[in-house]
Structures are given as C-alpha cells and as structure tokens.
Write a protein that binds this ligand. Sequence first.
Ligand code: GDP
Ligand code: MG
Length: 241
Amino acid sequence: MTKPFLSIIIPAYNEAERLPPTLASIDAFLAGQDYSAEVLVVENGSSDDTLSIARAYQARMPYLRVFSESARGKGLAVRRGMLEAQGAYRFLCDADLSMPIEQVNRFLPPALKNVEVAIGSRELPGSQRHGEPAYRHLVGRVFNAMVRWLVLPAIQDSQCGFKCFTAEAADAVFPLQTMGGMSFDAEVLFIARREGYRVQEVAIDWYFDPDSRVRLVQDSLRMAFDLIAIRKNARQGRYDA
Ligand SMILES: Nc1nc2c(ncn2[C@@H]2O[C@H](COP(=O)(O)OP(=O)(O)O)[C@@H](O)[C@H]2O)c(=O)[nH]1
Ligand SMILES: [Mg+2]
C-alpha cells in the first residue's frame, strides 16, 4: 500500500449517534479531493454500539481502519491513532465534526506550509464560534489562561479537537505522551515545542455541540492539576527523547 497524504484520526467514545453522519460527511468530502487519504476510528471503553457501527462502515469506506482499546481516555485513543496512521499529515478530528470538514485543507499544503503542528483555533481574528453559551466560553478562557501561563506561552486555544501533525512530528511527539485523558492536548503541544517543532494556530469555524463527553467541573480541575504535572515531568526528564 502506498502511504496516503492525509490520515484523519477520530477518537470515539459512545459515539453511536454522531459517528455515522461524521463518517458520511468525511467520505463525501474526500471523494472530491485530489489527494489520497485514510480514516482511523479509535474507540475505547464505549458502552454503546460505536465499535460495530464503525466496523460496518468499512464496507462503504475501504480506507477506514478501526481500532479499539479497553481502557478509557481520549488521549490514549489519539496516541494510538497517530502512531497507527500512515499519512504524511495526521489530523485529529473530534467525532462531532464541530468544524466543517472542508476546513481541513487550511491545515495542509498548499494553504499552509512549513508548519509541523497546525492546531485549530477558535480565538484568532478569523475564527468564529457558533452557538456557544457564554459560561462555557468563559470556563474555556480561564483554563486557557492557565495553559498559557504554565505550559504553552502565546497559544490562544490549545483545546480544540482539530489538530494536524506531520508524520515526523507525530512519530517524535506521541511516544513521549504520558497522559491518557483529556489533558493530552496541552502535553503533546508542550512536547512538540520542546522538540523544536513549529506549532501554529489556524482559524476555523466552530459549532458548539451541547452533547459532550467532558465533565466540565471534574475534568477542568483534573486538567489544571495535569498542567502542573507537565512541568514536573519536564523537570524530571520524562520528555527527554
Ligand atoms: N476513544 C475515546 N474517545 C473519547 C473519549 N472521551 C472523549 N472522546 C472523544 O473525544 C471527542 C471530543 O469529545 P466531546 O464530547 O465532543 O468533547 P467536547 O467537544 O470537548 O465537549 C469525541 O470524538 C469523543 O468521542 C475516550 O475516552 N475515548
Ligand atoms: Mg465536542
């Protein structure tokens, strides 16, 4: 098999409802592109039919690969997908497709060049947030202020579920990831910068979806502690390749 230009990696936990329309949109979009692609769904710990639904789609999408892990955690799923992927560019894509899939081309050449890590951002001048309640935005901004202060100076939005790594950056960064849960974004971006890769924000349109796997208070607190853990890990040499 020749290696594809693009790998789209979808972490999926209890996504029986949202996954089918997302896969259908991605399939239709890719049919109109002039590059080759693969799609990877990485499920873990779901209590619904996510896994069998994803497998059933392989009949329609021969370039779809499906993985399953027993322990829960978005970070675990993303690491598995990024390291299984064969594409020259590896794109993390939330199952809710809260960014229109056409905008994936903003993360790829020819639109974007010489960037190893391109991350979707809801906070740039050209970004648009659609339908997000004010309190949810506020919690996100408070968390981002902590992220900037503790681990990622000048990154305005580290938490968006759409991120693109070159093959080289993915293969260097994800083996060093230690966090299996929701804090993995800040950790992998921190490692990427430490390895000398350029991390650049890309303005996107983002449509708020109230259906969320994130527990706002519990997960935000956990993530705040994890930011401190990232700094401690770095001091202890855990990110030394
Ligand atoms: N594989 C896997 N995916 C997860 C897990 N938790 C969340 N996700 C996925 O992460 C993505 C973002 O989740 P979502 O609930 O939309 O979070 P939000 O947009 O931040 O509210 C979705 O594709 C979820 O299915 C998990 O434990 N395992
Ligand atoms: Mg979402």
